[in-house]
Design a protein around this ligand. Structure first.
Ligand code: GLC
Length: 425
């Protein structure tokens, strides 16, 4: 897909903000995501820093698809361009982008870094350098319509098969009642990083893996075959064919409009589903994703999240690092959690009353967030993106009926083995 590099210089620049200029005021440019309320929250957070320091901030919005965003970043960073000082980077990218980022530990005091979840700090540390500060974390969760489960006398599904069964009943009833477009289950089925997250959840819920921690490719396993065969059965039954081109925001659009019984998404969708003008306000619950079957089945949720890194090509790294420090701080993470349901990376905020009142499931799903399953980005290092794109393309073929799970996973196993050089990466 075409990265949005061409529009980025003009239309991408969203705001230029400045406070009382210090004698050596600079303008720091930051790339922010625009999924849900991200851009607005970034605008407010950076404006507060600009106000406090007198420096200026320029915000660049980037493509919503993590896959497209990485392509854009790689293109810019490869040229050594100083256009962007602060990059919002995905939890799976430190290994891929480390060579372009400064070591933030020289700018941010250790006590502050230590407030954040140690697993994320470790994830963001490459060859001893802290290449990004944790900003918010993510885990895949299941959204459901409380009113419809009640109307049709169904409990909250704890297995995928129970979800499919409830979805079928609700779809039939709602369509008979006149909503022709009503869907059972929406998720992220487009061929991009989001599908890697969804499919790893299905596989993990059956106890399977893509790549083991020791680097061995494990994707051709019975759990993965069972999980992906089951998911393929949803397309055209409880999920629309169109789900094969959905990213996060398309799924949210359908669910928030009141046209789906269940949705897999990240926590940010909660704040929007509960907003004043949301048709499903007060009718939504959030639980851990369902389990698969078999002895190793369990509830699951893939680890996501975003971090802030400063480019090595920045001409004012000190100010850029100061902006990162400000945005990753306790107070700013609290504000983003309360307003936008972006999960903090500071453990203490999960005991904060305002945060828990705004997002009750931050408390009830703490274990899901703490034990979220990681994509194999650490073990595969700078090859992770290749692994993920081969994986999501194979899954997409299975979902669209172009291949069986057995055939696609066996081919994928062979090609990932080749890429891994026998598990050594
Ligand atoms: C969310 C997650 C991120 C993931 C992306 C996939 O933004 O935080 O880690 O890669 O979704 O779509």
């Amino acid at each position: 897909m075409m990265p949005k590099a061409l529009v980025f210089g003009a239309a991408g620049v969203v705001a230029m903000l400045s406070g009382v200029a210090p004698t050596s005021a600079v303008t720091v440019t930051i790339s922010c995501g625009a999924v849900g309320q991200e851009l607005e929250l970034c605008r407010q957070g950076t404006a507060a820093w600009a106000e406090a320091t007198g420096h200026g901030v320029e915000i660049v919005s980037t493509p919503n698809s993590a896959t497209e965003r990485l392509a854009l970043y790689q293109q810019m960073l490869a040229s050594g361009a100083a256009d962007i000082d602060v990059f919002q980077i995905d939890v799976i990218w430190p290994g891929i982008l480390a060579m372009h980022m400064i070591d933030l530990s020289t700018y941010i005091p250790a006590e502050e870094v230590e407030q954040h979840f140690p697993a994320i700090v470790t994830n963001n540390t490459v060859d001893g350098a802290l290449v990004a500060m944790p900003w918010f974390t993510d885990a895949g969760v299941l959204y459901y319509r409380t009113d419809l489960l009640e109307k049709y006398g169904r409990g909250i599904p704890t297995t995928w098969s129970a979800l499919a069964e409830a979805a079928e009943i609700i779809v039939e009833g709602e369509r008979l009642a006149g909503n022709d477009t009503f869907q059972g289950f929406v998720f992220q089925g487009s061929a991009y990083e989001g599908l890697t997250c969804n499919a790893l959840e299905w596989i993990d819920s059956y106890g399977g893996q893509i790549v083991a921690d020791n680097g061995r490719v494990r994707v051709n396993n019975p759990a993965a075959v069972a999980a992906l065969t089951e998911a393929a059965g949803w397309i055209g039954t409880i999920s629309p064919e169109g789900v094969l081109s959905y990213t996060e925001e398309e799924a949210r659009g359908v669910f928030q409009a009141g046209n789906a019984a269940f949705m897999r998404n990240w926590p940010y969708a909660w704040a929007l589903a509960q907003s004043d003008d949301s048709p499903v306000r007060g009718k939504v619950g959030v639980v851990a994703l369902p389990m698969g079957e078999g002895p190793d089945a369990g509830h699951t949720g893939v680890l996501g999240g975003w971090n802030l890194a400063v480019s090595k090509y920045s001409t004012h790294p000190e100010e850029a690092a100061d902006l990162v420090r400000f945005l990753a701080s306790y107070d700013e993470q609290k504000r983003r959690a309360v307003v936008g349901a972006y999960n903090p990376t500071i453990a203490g905020l999960y005991q904060d009353e305002d945060v828990l009142t705004a997002n009750p499931f931050f408390g009830s799903l703490y274990d899901t967030f703490a034990n979220a399953v990681a994509r194999p980005s650490r073990v595969t290092g700078d090859r992770y993106n290749r692994v993920s794109s081969e994986f999501f393309n194979a899954v997409h073929r299975i979902l669209s009926g172009a291949s069986t799970a057995e055939a696609a996973l066996s081919e994928l196993q062979t090609s990932l083995n080749r890429l891994s050089r026998g598990g050594r990466w």
